[in-house]
Ligand binder design. Structure first.
Ligand code: IVH
Length: 665
């Protein structure tokens, strides 16, 4: 075995540890990948060298045929639950009494209760041997092939004196962001979505093919040990956790040790409840354990759970209730969203009587009818949703989309290939009105600086602003009489309306809020047709000639100008003095990035517009989605699916530092 091969394994495992256990990466991905490729090349030439802790061993395994049964030599216990402060405290008072002590003499160790699945991992002389699920506590299933893919599970313990045997027990879970990303990708590909991160983690671990787990971000955090044959004489649970962290495992954040008084339990619960939201993973409660192993042994177990630990659960995140009816809400963009009206139910600490159903496809997927018993799921701060039908109702009524908008009565339409149904009322539908006006007045559109969202909403609710044309008939008294406004602010609004009247054709078209016609496509249409009448009279075929305008956009433009109400509104605006020069249609002057298409994603040190303006000034087009035609992606921190897609398509990617080196020197 060559020294280089051994060095590569050590280095790659160290980088891996820094990234996945310490959350502190020290090398760029490219450098890691390069070293990994070198390792694979060496292994291809010397298959007999491959060692069990080589990073190649995480993903190399073949799919399994069946889950081998594993008998746990030390039973995997469960925990008793407590649902209130009183129940928690009583649990420890009882334990203390049995030990002839007072509760506040007991050192208690508190850990977040991670919401995933229990896994036990066996190490022989420091090397990963096998991993199993809890099963019924006595017999579980061998899931080594999937557990090995989890980067925070060491393949070799980081110690020079490994124990002969060590069984590490803990929770496998999926972080919230990884769960959201997995579901988003599944939705985009019409695949199966998961109800919550726990189901996603469990569903992944149950796969026969380890490639699936390797592609998903699962993590492991230990909370104890099973079998142990080694040199340490542990006296406390907290010592065991510290020992495991020293062997290369992740630590559970927000662990506390205190004496078990009522005040401490109260304070700890408040603390954890507060920390919960900011944690990267879901937690469903707090586990309190007596820290001393001698006291744990003295107490022992009853049935399946220890008498020295209890799980204080957060209020249930899922409850069953009845679907009473389904209404349709017309959103600010005209989309009709089905909303479930529910028999009120207490879930996750709040009473829920409505839940969004997203769209009609979701209703079909759930097989939902009015009258059914349904499970309501709350995940963190997420809006409650119906996760499944628990039982069909006696008198079931199907959910049917309305033929007409419940607000304005215009026909409801669905663009083929899209899930959403929309009101076709356009500028004249009141449900869409305030948002349309806000969009029209916004900075990127007509830029009416003193006509903000709040003011628009107030004027809209008073019936003063109904359509965008009404902006130009506003009187000072309409505004001056409102709460918090006066003569001066009213005049400021009118002044900014006047200033905004000189605009560009593309900007005006974008401001109309035609569905799917954003800033870029509106500019392209303006450049192509040069004047407003040409756009308003353009046919579907003519519109398709415009670069970047596809059939859906072309149809939306034709439909918009086919509606006499829209034409009248635009005419009123023109009559009020809104003007623009005709577009001369000349190509932009020669620029270094001319002809290139860029995509900006992730979090950058400055607003995206900064980078967009810079790129556009150099001649690039900035697009919202990555395709084969994308020249380059500027990816900030936490970039998601766009970055993944760029990588999959082999599109060039620059991070902010690299970008700045090239363009902002
Ligand atoms: S201790 C004998 N600590 O909760 C006690 N369990 O409801 C063993 N869990 O099966 C468990 N986080 O899967 C412990 N910090 C934590 C935990 C935790 C999550 C899970 C574990 C256990 C279940 C019991």
């Amino acid at each position: 075995m060559s020294p280089r091969y051994q060095q590569l394994i050590t280095t790659l495992n160290q980088w891996n540890y820094e990234y996945y256990v310490l959350d502190n990466p020290t090398v760029a991905d490219a450098r890691y990948d390069q070293a990994f490729q070198e390792l694979l090349a060496i292994e291809a030439g010397h298959p007999d060298w491959v060692t069990p802790d080589s990073p190649s061993q995480r993903v190399g395994a073949q799919p399994i045929d069946e889950f081998r049964k594993i008998e746990h030599r030390v039973k995997m216990l469960s925990l008793a639950n407590a649902f209130s402060l009183e129940e928690t405290y009583q649990f420890f008072e009882k334990a203390a009494k049995e030990l002839d002590k007072a509760a506040d003499e007991l050192a208690v160790f508190a850990e977040p209760k991670l919401d995933g699945l229990a896994i036990t991992i066996h190490y022989d002389h420091g090397l990963f041997s096998y991993a199993a699920t809890r099963g019924d506590g006595q017999i579980g299933e061998d899931v080594s092939h999937n557990i090995k893919t989890i980067r925070s599970v060491p393949l070799k313990l980081t110690t020079d004196a490994p124990p002969a045997k060590l069984e590490v027990r803990g929770e496998v879970f999926m972080p919230k962001t990884a769960f959201a990303k997995l579901n988003r990708l599944a939705e985009e590909n019409n695949g199966k979505t998961f109800v919550n991160p726990r189901n996603a983690a469990a569903g992944t671990i149950r796969q026969m093919d380890p490639k699936i787990a390797a592609g998903r971000d699962l993590r492991f955090i230990p909370y104890g040990i099973g079998e142990y044959q080694g040199g340490h004489d542990f006296t406390a649970h907290s010592e065991i956790l510290a020992y495991l962290a020293g062997l290369g495992f992740r630590k559970n954040a927000h662990c506390y040790r205190f004496l078990g008084s009522l005040a401490e339990f109260t304070q700890n619960y408040a603390l954890m409840e507060q920390a919960r939201e900011g944690l990267p993973m879901e937690i469903d409660g707090i586990v309190y354990k007596i820290d001393s192993l001698a006291l744990q042994n003295a107490l022992g177990f009853i049935a399946r759970s220890p008498k020295w630990a209890v799980a204080r659960k957060f209020p249930a995140q899922q409850m069953v209730t009845q679907l009473l009816d389904v209404d349709f809400q017309v959103g600010r963009t005209g989309v009709l969203t089905p909303v479930a009206r529910l028999e009120p139910v207490f879930v996750g600490g709040v009473t829920v009587s409505n839940a969004t159903l997203h769209n009609m496809d979701e209703i079909e997927r759930l097989g939902l009818c009015i009258g059914d018993s349904v499970e309501i799921q709350r995940a963190g701060d997420v809006i409650p949703k119906i996760s499944r039908v628990v039982a069909e109702g006696g008198e079931r009524k199907p959910v049917i989309m309305l033929p007409n908008c419940p607000v304005c009565g215009a026909a409801v339409e669905r663009t083929p290939g899209q899930a959403a149904f929309r009101c076709s009322g356009g500028l004249s539908c009141p449900a869409q009105g305030a948002e349309r006006i806000r969009h029209y007045a916004s900075r990127k559109c007509m830029n009416i600086v003193n006509l903000g969202t709040k003011l628009i909403e107030v004027l809209y609710s008073k019936g003063v602003l109904r359509t965008i044309a009404d902006i130009y008939t506003l009187k000072a008294s309409d505004i001056a009489d409102l709460d918090g406004q006066g003569e001066k602010s009213a005049q400021n609004v009118l002044d900014s309306i006047n200033v905004s009247k000189a605009t560009r054709l593309g900007t005006f078209i974008a401001a109309l809020g035609i569905h799917e016609i954003g800033e870029e496509s509106a500019k392209a249409v303006a450049r192509h047709f040069k004047n407003y009448p040409a756009i308003a009279n353009a046919t579907f075929e003519e519109l398709l000639q415009v670069p970047d305008i596809g059939p859906v956009m072309a149809k939306n433009i034709v439909d918009f100008f086919a509606d006499a109400k829209n034409i009248a509104i635009v005419q009123a605006i023109i009559d009020a003095g809104v003007t623009w020069p005709d577009e001369d249609g000349a190509p932009p002057q020669a620029q270094p990035l001319a002809g290139q298409t860029w995509v900006i994603t992730g979090t950058l040190s400055m607003p995206r517009d900064h980078f967009k303006t810079l790129l556009e000034s150099l001649g690039a087009k900035v697009s919202g989605s990555v395709s084969k035609k994308t020249t380059c992606v500027l990816a900030g921190a936490d970039a998601g699916s766009k970055l993944d897609k760029a990588e999959a398509l082999g599109v060039k990617v620059l991070d902010e530092a690299q970008f700045k080196l090239q363009f902002e020197s």
